[in-house]
Design a protein around this ligand. Structure first.
Ligand code: SF4
Length: 351
């Protein structure tokens, strides 16, 4: 009987934002995700008396196109409520998209046979912000990490101890950890357990949703370094979701900026930080929180993030934009190429 923990693979190619020469590992086409907020019983009763309350629809993700190259780290940035976590959950298969297609290694997940879709789905794993709430408090680590690979036939039950030992060592934990419960670990150690659990099914793509946001700054750096080591060792691709530009600047090859469900800018890490195009990106960069800097001063962006239940017309950013013109509240700017590999959605680029 043979088994092996995920073995390091040679890198297939240097990470690149250029997805044109090779099939992307992930391709989102026109992905939208809507949630409906139903009217309550009181409103239904009032409707019987002639009121006109209606269900409200939140466009959490609005027609997003994105290609990710194998081995790439794409950072997905935006304020809380901008739809980035919803998009991550769509990629990880936790939410089904309302519209659009999601292709993994060139195959549309929605049109695959059930067992092929299951195989593909375990290749995309998600790592969450709060490792305590994402781990079952009553399960020992060996069960948390070992359950899925046994279920999927990746390893036999008899071999699970060795398999979990190898995984724990790979993420920087002692083998003894496998007998313990989540509450017996620190936050950073729990996140390492979450990473081991994701690696256990031998994924190719990790969606990390605010994966270091709950950790102390020094522990954040350790976990980010672990992610980067694993990327090289296991040829992993990442969608790294964060509200923190400093964290994404540290690890991403390419950065996608979202605002109220829409992508407003997409650029390489270097281009975005050296010459942000979209006024929203410029505002975010006015003071970038840095992973190695504890004291931060912020220049808050003018105004509040509008409610996604009632987003502004035209360019969603216009009520907060210092450059807004009449056209901005009337016409939605298209996300278009402004330079090779750079996209932005702003009327100012129309010259
Ligand atoms: Fe500002 Fe108008 Fe550009 Fe939107 S389209 S970011 S409101 S200038």
């Amino acid at each position: 009987m043979t088994f092996s923990a995920p073995q390091p693979k040679p890198a297939t190619k240097p990470p690149s934002a250029d997805t044109g020469s090779e099939q992307p590992i992930l391709e989102l086409s026109n992905i939208s995700k809507r949630f409906t907020k139903r009217i309550d019983i009181a409103a239904r009763l009032l409707n019987l008396a002639g009121a006109t309350y209606k269900d409200k629809v939140v466009h959490a993700v609005d027609r997003v196109d994105l290609q990710v190259a194998r081995g790439e780290v794409v950072g997905l940035i935006g304020e809380s409520g901008c739809g980035k976590s919803t998009l991550g959950r769509v990629v990880a298969g936790i939410h089904q998209p309302s519209d659009g297609t999601l292709a993994f290694k060139g195959r549309n997940l929605a049109s695959m046979a059930a067992h092929d879709a299951l195989d593909a789905s375990i290749k995309i794993q998600m790592i969450f912000q709060d490792p305590m709430s994402s781990l079952n408090p009553r399960k020992r680590v060996i069960d948390t990490v070992g359950e899925a690979p046994v279920f999927h036939g990746i390893v036999q039950q008899n071999d699970i101890e060795d398999y979990v030992d190898q995984l724990l060592e790979r993420v920087g934990l002692n083998r003894d950890a496998k007998r313990r419960l989540p509450h017996q670990f620190s936050g950073g150690q729990r996140q390492r357990i979450g990473i081991a659990r994701a690696l256990a099914v031998q994924p190719e793509f990790l969606v990390c949703d605010e994966a270091v946001a709950a950790l102390d700054v020094s522990i954040q750096a350790q976990i980010l370094n672990l992610f980067m080591d694993l990327r090289t060792d296991f040829d992993l691709t990442y969608l790294f979701i964060s509200h923190d530009l400093g964290v994404v600047h540290h690890i991403a090859d390419r950065i996608v900026i979202m605002y109220l469900g829409r992508v407003v800018e997409m650029a390489s890490n270097a281009d975005l930080f050296s010459s942000p195009n979209h006024p929203y990106t410029q505002a975010l960069l006015a003071d970038v929180p840095r992973i190695d800097r504890r004291r931060q001063t912020y220049t808050p962006i003018k105004g509040e993030l509008p409610s996604p239940l009632n987003p502004p017309t035209g360019c969603h950013f216009h009520p907060r934009c210092p450059f807004a013109m009449k056209r901005c509240s009337e016409e939605t700017p298209k996300l278009r190429e402004i330079a090779p590999g750079r996209l932005s959605a702003c009327h100012l680029n129309d010259g």
